[in-house]
Design a protein around this ligand. Structure first.
Ligand code: ADP
Length: 476
C-alpha cells in the first residue's frame, strides 16, 4: 500500500512540537511492515535541509489567484529517516528560518497544498491514500475531490488527523480566487461561520477523521473551538487513535544527547548522574526533587499558570525543590518567567527557546514533569517522561487522561482536575511527599519506564483504517 503523509512539520527536518514527532515517526514504523510510506512537507530554511542531499524530482509553476510561484519537489536521496522524504520548495514563501507565524501563512500553506496536488496528479504512480495532518493540509481533500484540475486523483481516499483543533487556517472569501477553479455548488464544503475554514473543509471532505487520543475526540464535541457541531455531525467517520512515540530515538539506553545512558536496571545511577550534570549547569543542589516543564508557553498548555506556580511552590517549599522550565511562546509569559530568575536563583531556571538536546537532558534528569495543560489533544511529553523514568504531573484532560492514572489509584503519575495554581501546587505537595518515600517513588518511575507507547504497536491501527477505506473505495 502506498501512503503519502502531508503536513507542516517533520522531525528532524522541521519541528515546533508534537506534530513533527508524529510525522517523523509514524511513517517510519508503518514502513517497517510492508508498506510504501512517504512524507511531504514544505522546504524551510533548516539545518537538515542544508546538511543533507536532495535530488529534484519535479518542477512546476503553481497558480495562487493572480500570483504564479515556481516550485520544485526535492527528494532526500538516502531515505535515512526510514521513509521517502519530499520537500516542496517554493523559495518565495518558505525559504525562511521559521515554520509559522508569518503574515502570509495562509498564502504559504495554501500554495504548499496546491503545489503538492499539482505534483501528485502528474506523477506516474499515485498514492493509494493521502494522510493529511492538521489545517495546513485541510483543503487537500476538498481540492482533490472538487477541482477538475485534479480529476485524475479525485478518487484517492483521504484521512484527516487533527493534532490541534484550536488552529484552523481561517480566511475570508476575498481570497476564494486563490483556490483552483471548482463548481461553486460545492462552496459549502469549505465554509464555516462565513469564513473559509481549512480545518472544517478537511473534516467535511476527508473519508475518515482521526484525533490523536480518544478523550480528545469526546472533548471536541463539546469544547469551545467553534467546530463542536461539525464534529458531532461527522461522528460516524471519526476515530480517536492515541499517538505513539519513536522508541528508537527516545531511548535512555542509547540517546546520544544524554550525559549518562541508562536502562530500567540502572535507573537510580543513570538518573542521578544526569541530574547531577544538569543541576551543576544551573547551580542547583541535585539532592532536591527536580520538577520540570517542557513545552510551548501558551495558555492552552497552562503555561500562564507557571509564573504563579513557581512563586507559590518555591515559597511553600523554600529551598526544598528545584524547578526548570524550557519553552518559548507568549512574550508576557516569557517575561514573567524570566523576572523570577533573580528571585529564586539556585532553585529555579528558565531557558527561553527551543533546544532539542536540553529537552532530552531535562527528561532524563527530572524527577517530575509538570503538564498542566488546559487542552492536550494527546501530549507526547508524558510518554517521553515515563520512558526516561520521570513521573508526570498532569491535569486530567485529552490524551493526558488516556495515558496517566494517579498513583493512588494504582497508576503511573500524579493527577489533578483543575487548571489552577492551587491544583498544581497540591500535586507538587503530593510529589514532595512521594519523593521521600523512595520505595513507592521508585516503583512508579519503573512502572513508567516499562510502559510501552511505541508506534510499533499503534501504527497498525492506522494501517487497518487505511485498508478499510481503500476496500470501501473498490466496493463503490
Ligand atoms: P505540542 O505538540 O502541543 O507542542 P506535545 O506534547 O505533543 O505538544 O509535543 C511537544 C514536543 O515538542 C515534544 O517532543 C517536546 O519535547 C518538544 N518541545 C516542546 N517545547 C520544546 C522546547 N522549547 N525545546 C525543545 N523541545 C521542545
Amino acid at each position: 500500500m502506498e501512503i503519502l503523509h502531508m503536513g507542516a512539520e517533520c522531525y528532524p527536518v522541521a519541528k515546533v512540537g508534537g506534530l513533527a514527532d508524529v510525522i517523523g515517526s509514524l511513517p517510519k514504523y508503518q514502513n517497517k511492515v510492508d508498506n510504501n510510506v512517504s512524507v511531504v512537507i514544505p522546504s524551510y530554511q533548516t539545518i537538515f535541509r542544508l546538511n543533507n542531499n536532495f535530488e529534484c524530482v519535479y518542477h512546476g509553476k503553481l497558480k495562487l489567484g493572480n500570483f504564479n510561484f515556481p516550485f520544485s519537489v526535492q527528494k532526500e536521496t538516502t531515505n535515512k529517516l526510514g521513509f521517502e522524504l519530499y520537500l516542496v520548495e517554493i523559495p518565495e514563501l518558505f525559504d525562511r528560518p521559521n515554520i509559522y507565524n508569518y503574515r502570509d501563512d495562509i498564502e504559504r500553506f495554501l500554495s504548499f497544498q496546491i503545489a503538492t496536488l499539482d505534483w501528485i496528479s502528474e506523477r506516474e504512480s499515485v498514492p493509494d491514500l493521502i494522510h493529511c495532518h492538521d489545517h495546513h493540509t485541510g483543503l487537500v481533500p476538498f481540492m482533490k475531490k472538487y477541482c477538475p484540475k485534479y480529476d485524475r486523483i479525485k478518487d484517492i481516499p483521504t484521512v484527516m488527523t487533527i493534532h490541534n483543533g484550536l488552529y484552523q487556517g481561517i480566511f475570508t472569501f476575498n481570497k476564494l480566487y486563490y483556490l483552483p477553479e471548482f463548481d461553486l455548488i460545492h462552496i459549502k464544503e469549505i465554509e464555516w461561520g462565513n469564513f473559509i475554514n481549512s480545518l472544517a473543509a478537511g473534516i467535511k471532505c476527508a473519508d475518515i477523521i482521526t484525533t490523536v487520543s480518544p478523550s480528545y475526540l469526546n472533548e471536541i464535541n463539546h469544547s469551545d473551538n467553534g467546530l463542536e457541531t461539525l464534529f458531532q455531525r461527522v461522528r460516524d467517520k471519526s476515530r480517536g487513535i492515541l499517538n505513539g512515540i519513536d522508541t528508537e530515538i527516545w531511548d535512555p539506553e542509547t540517546d546520544s544527547m544524554l550525559d549518562t545512558n541508562y536502562s530500567v536496571n540502572s535507573i537510580n545511577e543513570g538518573k542521578k548522574n544526569n541530574k547531577a550534570q544538569l543541576c551543576s549547569h544551573f547551580n542547583m543542589d541535585p539532592t532536591k526533587p527536580l520538577f520540570s516543564f517542557i513545552g510551548r508557553l501558551y495558555n492552552e498548555k497552562g503555561a500562564d499558570l507557571l509564573p504563579k506556580t513557581v512563586v507559590s511552590a518555591l515559597t511553600t517549599f523554600k529551598d526544598q525543590i528545584n524547578i526548570v522550565i524550557l519553552g518559548y511562546g507568549d512574550l508576557e509569559i516569557e517575561n514573567q518567567l524570566k523576572q523570577l530568575l533573580d528571585v529564586y536563583k539556585g532553585n529555579y531556571h528558565v531557558h527561553i527557546g527551543y533546544d532539542e538536546e536540553l529537552a532530552h537532558k531535562t527528561y532524563a534528569s527530572s524527577d517530575f514533569i509538570l503538564i498542566p495543560s488546559r487542552i492536550e489533544p494527546c501530549g507526547l511529553n508524558q510518554m517521553y517522561a515515563m520512558r526516561y523514568g520521570t513521573i508526570p504531573i498532569v491535569r486530567r484532560t485529552g490524551g493526558l487522561k488516556d495515558t496517566i492514572i494517579d498513583f493512588e489509584d494504582n497508576g503511573n503519575g500524579i493527577c489533578h482536575d483543575n487548571a489552577s495554581v492551587d491544583d498544581i501546587c497540591d500535586s507538587v505537595q503530593r510529589a514532595v511527599n512521594l519523593y521521600q518515600n523512595k520505595e513507592i517513588f521508585n516503583r512508579i518511575r519503573i512502572k513508567g519506564m516499562n510502559t510501552n507507547h511505541s508506534w510499533k504497536y499503534v501504527s497498525q491501527e492506522y494501517v487497518e483504517l487505511y485498508n478499510l477505506i481503500i476496500a470501501k473505495r473498490y466496493e463503490n
